[in-house]
Design a binder for this molecule. Sequence first.
Ligand code: ZN
Ligand code: ZN
Length: 259
Amino acid sequence: MKFCSLRSGSSGNAIYINHKDVNILVDAGLSGRTIEKALLNIGVNPKSLSAILITHEHKDHIIGAGILSRRYNIPIYANKATWDAMEKDIKEISEKNKLYFTTGEEFEIGDVKIMSFKKPHDAVEPVGFSFKCGDKKISIATDLGYMTRGVANHLIDSDVVLLEANHDVEMLINGSYPWPLKKRILSNLGHLSNDAAADVLMKLFKMKAIGIAFLGHLSQNNNKPELAFATVTDMLKKSRVKFEVRMALRNIESDVMEI
Ligand SMILES: [Zn+2]
Ligand SMILES: [Zn+2]
């Protein structure tokens, strides 16, 4: 399997997952052009996409989905509530490209087994995903107010995890956002902070439950890549666990991981 974060951050998200001839995009929250360019940069023809999976209806996850689906005849998968919430924004999608999954029920695209799991976030029915092929597993969990036991269980045994490290709490509190927005981000239905991500990863690496962690969905205003990386890795070093942490950034493709 292959994993690449094409773009990750509060300004737009698109994650690429591959197994043989199955090419999956998780979220398409940037312009069609940007996603096409990012795919081409890692040697993937946008025409070869098999599916676009949507985690939730926020704009930074859907804005290019309709364009790509129409341009390349790609099916979009989302749960019913998310379809209802996002349809007005992604515009007309042909019936055959409108596909549904039920949150918590496994489905397959080719040989890839896909599990969706609910997460606490202020959208209608937000999900994370795990992708499995044989004994390989990749999991994605961004946009969550706090780490639930349910989400953590889905991350266990993943070779690659993309986890949110959205904000530095101090930068957020001292920053320019209006208080209601700060409160939303800090709430249980908002986003994971760098400290919260570090705490989750410390537990997972201690259990030897995951291989490599990517930190993603960084806020443009309330975080910095160096700060997120340092906060998480300093805490992991202190706890003396063996770990591997990489970054999934807003404006450039991540390393392509092959597992
Ligand atoms: Zn969101
Ligand atoms: Zn988001």
